[in-house]
Design a protein around this ligand. Structure first.
Ligand code: BES
Ligand code: ZN
Length: 621
């Protein structure tokens, strides 16, 4: 009898949690950036059958959607597409496939063209025959000359935020999740890999199968193909890269396993089996992209001294914040990036010590403060309004560093121990689900504010979330090491010491960045050239130092850097490193021809996203 009651209770609890879980998608604010009818019907599994056609710069084949009806009266499936050619749509009734009708709507500038597919008799699956176009915003097709090996072509996807729809007709919203599988055909000289289980062995058959069993939002479906080789680093980590980069990448990122273990200690088990890194060609427009099981990484962080590996900590951190618990709409990006920046820094502290972690905090906060004064006030709000806009256009350091500061503020107020267990619990209880700002605030209130009363008020929380700029209660990380650097700089500028007396031999990249970024606006060219002579900053092979130095010298009209500037801009396509340089150059009308000449040369090598951003800068003036 007792057994039956317990069983009944267990079943009842189980049922009620399923109901809560299915009800949860609609509890979120509607995602403005999708036209799909995801509130009525959702894809639960995607199967791709695609050929990678380098000659025509196209992915060509079919996508199959397995469907789950939320509203049982739904008679059409609406998918997001942008610049895709649709050839045919079919439906599966459980026994047979048959053709069905479809309609492609007029292209919306931001969202693309919605594809409406008729679903007769409760179809269980839909199959769409399509090809992407060469101009797909989510794909870059590189000619051999744009790769490290110069002999074979390379292609890769970058789908966040709303670019997956440019290479797959899908319900493109982070409010829902799909598992996926794929059959991919390539020329046998090229290896495709995906954000899925990858086979370390390359069978060179030209035909490959992939499975991603865990449900992920569509922006995390990723593919790349090229002369990609494999090197194992540790039990869970490996490098995929062109042959000439394998060794240096493996040495640079050898601490990745330690990073996983540090994160697991803080926030619970790594849920994605392996964590591999794909090193892309330099035109990759981001530093990194957290594609699950396989982060995509710019080669510009292979510095030779592990000085820029916080990027790996960042992409890895997304395995909790972002990939496990996902922003429900692009308004909630801070729920991905703010949490990730915070977790990244905790990983850096655990693996490399507090001193380095604090320096990295201080540098990001300085960058944020400089950026805040340049942004429209409304865009400095965490819960930003982006309705009607491309999420890329509202991209800034705000969701990252202001989001991070908000979590640092909570940590400060509640203490590490309680805040850590709060975050750990948050990831556990929302694993494989989405989260929006309103629901997070509610969760925060119940599980932290109310549990430890009188530490933080809801008013303070709301200020962080809904007000522009930084609240007066924002933490202000200061580094003792940087204070020392500042003192040395002051002494040098006031002729109280010589450059050779400053202990620069002991400096890491972080001290250099602080030093360059904090030179007074009035610093003379003579002083800059003195620095350059002593430390060869113009020729620095550290891409962050080179960036900071070039930026400063553009501001100071120092022509000494011009040649280096050209090579830098032509050889790197990472937006964060090049866009600020173009912006600064374009502020000065007399430099326009010079800048245009650089861009004419560099543009063909840039990713469509970088081209879009920089084209807009030229048009503005
Ligand atoms: N997920 C982001 C990249 C992204 C964000 C793409 C929003 C499209 C829309 C990735 O994790 C990231 O933040 N990359 C940063 C890394 C840095 C903050 C350590 C980058 O690329 O610079
Ligand atoms: Zn990120």
């Amino acid at each position: 009898m007792i057994k039956t009651i317990t069983r009944f209770l267990a079943l009842a609890i189980c049922l009620s949690t399923t109901i809560i879980a299915t009800a949860s998608a609609s509890q979120f604010e509607k995602d403005w950036h999708t036209d799909s009818n995801y509130q009525d019907i959702v894809t639960t599994h995607i199967h791709l059958d695609l050929a990678i056609d380098f000659d025509n710069k196209q992915l060509k084949g079919t996508i199959e959607h397995q469907l789950k009806y939320i509203n049982k009266d739904t008679d059409s499936l609406i998918l997001d597409t942008r610049d895709i050619d649709i050839h045919k749509a079919e439906v599966f009734d459980g026994k047979n496939w048959s053709n069905t009708t479809f309609k492609l709507a007029k292209r919306d500038k931001v969202k693309g063209s919605k594809l409406t597919i008729a679903l007769p008799k409760h179809s269980k699956k839909v199959r769409v025959h399509y090809n992407s176009r060469p101009e797909a915003s989510g794909l870059q097709w590189l000619t051999p000359i744009q790769t490290a090996g110069k002999k074979l072509p390379f292609m890769f996807s970058q789908s966040q935020a709303i670019h997956a729809r440019s290479w797959m007709p899908i319900q493109d919203t982070p409010a829902m999740r799909v598992s996926y599988s794929a059959d991919i055909k390539t020329d046998p000289s090229l290896r495709p890999i995906m954000s899925a289980k990858n086979d370390p062995k390359w069978n060179k058959s030209g035909q490959y199968h992939f499975e991603m069993p865990q449900p992920i939002p569509t922006y995390l479906i990723a593919i790349a193909a090229g002369n990609i080789h494999y090197k194992k680093m540790s039990k869970q980590t490996a490098i995929y890269a062109e042959p000439s980069l394998l060794e240096s990448a493996a040495a640079e990122f050898e601490d990745t396993q330690a990073m996983i273990e540090a994160a697991e200690k803080l926030y619970g088990k790594y849920r994605w089996t392996d964590y591999d890194l794909l090193i892309l060609p330099p035109s990759f427009p981001f530093g990194g992209m957290e594609n699950p099981r396989l982060s995509f990484i710019t080669p510009t962080v292979i510095a030779g001294d592990k000085s820029l590996v916080s990027l790996i900590a960042h992409e890895l951190a997304h395995s909790w914040s972002g990939n496990l618990v996902t922003n429900a709409t692009w308004r909630d990006l801070w729920i991905n990036e703010g949490f990730t920046s915070y977790v990244e820094n905790r990983i850096m502290e655990a693996v490399y010590g507090e001193q380095r972690a604090v320096m990295e905090q201080a540098l990001s906060v300085q960058d944020l403060k400089k950026e805040l004064v340049t942004l429209p006030k409304e865009d400095t709000i965490l819960h930003v309004k982006i309705e009607g806009r491309d999420p890329d256009d509202a991209f800034s350091g705000v969701p990252y560093t202001k989001g991070q500061l908000f979590l640092m503020f909570l940590e400060e107020k509640f203490g590490r121990k309680d805040f850590d267990s709060f975050l750990h619990q948050y990831f556990e209880s929302h694993a494989f689900k989405s989260m929006d700002t309103k629901n997070f605030v509610r969760y925060l209130k119940t599980n932290l504010l109310d549990k430890f009363p009188n530490k933080v008020s809801m008013k303070e929380v709301n200020t962080w979330i809904t007000e522009p700029l930084l609240p007066s209660s924002a933490p202000n990380p200061t580094s003792g090491v940087f204070n020392q650097v500042q003192e040395n700089m002051n002494a040098w500028l006031s002729n109280d010491t010589k450059l050779s007396k400053i202990p620069t031999d002991e400096w890491t990249v972080h001290e250099w960045l602080f030093f360059i970024n904090n030179l007074p606006k009035t610093v003379s060219l003579k002083r800059l050239n003195e620095l350059d002579k002593a430390f060869k900053l113009t020729q620095s092979t550290n891409n962050e130092i080179a960036h900071a130095w070039l930026l400063l010298n553009i501001k100071k009209n120092n022509p000494v850097i011009n040649n280096r500037l050209k090579t830098y801009m032509i050889s790197i396509g990472r937006r964060k490193l090049i866009v600020p340089l173009y912006k600064e150059l374009l502020k000065d009308k007399t430099k326009r021809a010079f800048t245009q000449a650089i861009y004419d040369k560099a543009r063909p090598g840039y990713h469509p996203l970088a081209q879009g951003t920089i084209d807009a800068l030229f048009e503005k003036k």
